[in-house]
Design a protein around this ligand. Structure first.
Ligand SMILES: Cc1ncc(COP(=O)(O)O)c(C=O)c1O
Length: 409
């Protein structure tokens, strides 16, 4: 019998090996130029990213978190202002609304897409006294419902600022790339993203020339002319070494994301064959108690920065431990929704306020999805999960779950 393969959550070594020489040449060029901060390489990357996304401007900055901060500051959002965002997201979404001085207003997610629920946004917007922006997150690489959110933005006279950190290249229902339909789009180049730097990096996209200029000043201490500061900004510049790496990687991005989509389709197939359901159907009686993500439909395109399934909450951590013992890497995105984080206790949210966010936080588990995974590795992951659930979580339990969750959620 052959030894089962190790399956790390993410392994970038194969991706790097294929472009190693190009990366080294690009890095050498920057080192030889001795031009490390902003400069021509950053400008070239900004043009390339704007062209790739299909927008007019892209302004590089130090991280995806800073992209959010700069975007909000560019819109003059700060103390006393409210910004609606999801609670089920990476911490930076709410954390950097807070760091801009504004108050995050957390809204629940749609249980099918795990993205902001537009009706929840509308209801929250009605209660806000000083709403200044709506910040959807295109979670795991799938676009939020931009048509509905843009309409709500118009209704309440506020801009949509897209947290597209996990979604570069994803397409929404109209076929538009993430980060191009809102007033501003915020991206992260954290190494685990589909387009990852060799360190931190971020970029803000926009079609508005005045906002682009403000972003360029904000990232450079509020300065356009050296030593003249029109307002107080930040040191949040993308460095030339990261821009050079990203410029080599960008032409490969679509094929890497397509590889992730193929891998997602194989998991979907293997789990469906074993009787799993999708998030569009929810928990079903007599099904394998596992929910796969609902695939994108129509012109939408998911880039699967993460492939996140759901299992019964009472089995999630034990399943993760079991997978770990079988050398299969997983992660929990995200175990505590932002409205229940200690640092936001003063905002007054309580357990039960955002039921979908809270339930999914207890059920979700991310599986390896990077493009270079082999079919053998994926089959091993799927079989290990299916066998575990069949042994430990009987379908009858999930039957009860279907009744429980429809009552609770
Ligand atoms: C949804 C979301 N927003 C913001 C960020 C922040 O990006 P960075 O880590 O580059 O600061 C991330 C990064 O993981 C993210 O996933």
């Amino acid at each position: 019998m052959s030894t089962p393969p190790n399956v790390p959550l993410l392994d970038l070594k194969a991706q790097h090996a294929a472009i190693r020489d190009e990366i080294h040449a690009a890095v050498d060029e920057v080192i030889d130029s001795q031009y490390f901060i902003l400069g021509p390489k950053v400008g070239e990357l900004e043009c390339a990213v704007a062209g790739y996304c299909g927008c007019t401007y892209a302004v590089g900055c130090a991280s995806g978190s800073d992209a959010i901060l700069l975007a909000l500051r560019a819109l003059d959002i700060g103390p006393g202002d409210e910004v609606i965002c999801p609670s089920y997201t990476f911490f930076a979404t709410g954390g950097y609304i807070h760091n801009a001085g504004a108050k995050p207003v957390f809204v629940d997610i749609d249980p099918v897409t795990y993205n902001l629920d537009p009706e929840g946004v509308r209801a929250a917007a009605k209660k806000c006294r000083n709403l200044k922006a709506i910040m959807p997150v295109h979670l795991f690489g799938q676009c939020a419902d931009m048509d509905a959110l843009l309409e709500i933005g118009r209704e309440f006279g506020v801009p949509i600022v897209e947290d597209a950190a996990q979604a570069i290249g994803a397409r929404d229902a109209t076929g538009a790339r993430a980060g191009t339909r809102g007033t501003l789009g915020c991206f992260s180049f954290f190494p685990t993203k589909n387009l990852g730097a060799h360190g931190d990096g971020g970029i803000v996209t926009t079609n508005d020339a005045a906002l682009a200029e403000r972003l360029m000043m904000l990232r450079n201490h509020g300065s356009k002319v050296k030593y003249h500061h029109d307002f107080v900004g930040y040191n949040s510049r993308l460095d030339a070494l990261q821009a050079a790496v990203l410029k080599v990687k960008l032409p490969h991005l679509d094929s890497w994301s397509a590889g992730r989509r193929e891998n997602a389709a194989l998991y979907d197939h293997l789990f469906a064959q074993a009787g799993a359901t999708t998030s569009a159907k929810g928990w079903q009686n007599d099904a394998l108690p596992l929910i796969t993500p609902a695939p994108a439909t129509g012109k939408a395109e998911h880039i699967y920065n993460q492939y996140v399934v759901r299992v019964p909450a009472e089995h999630r951590d034990a399943l993760r431990q079991h997978l770990n013992e079988h050398h299969i890497g997983t992660e929990i995105y995200y175990p505590i929704p932002l409205h229940l984080q200690k640092c936001f206790a003063s905002l007054g949210y309580r357990k039960g306020d955002l039921p979908h966010s809270e339930t999914i936080a207890m059920e979700s588990i991310a599986l390896p999805i990077f493009a270079e995974l082999t079919d053998e590795q994926q089959k091993h992951v799927a079989e290990t999960i299916i066998t575990y659930l069949r042994t430990h979580a009987a379908p009858a339990e999930s039957g009860q779950r279907a009744n429980r969750s429809s009552a609770a959620v």
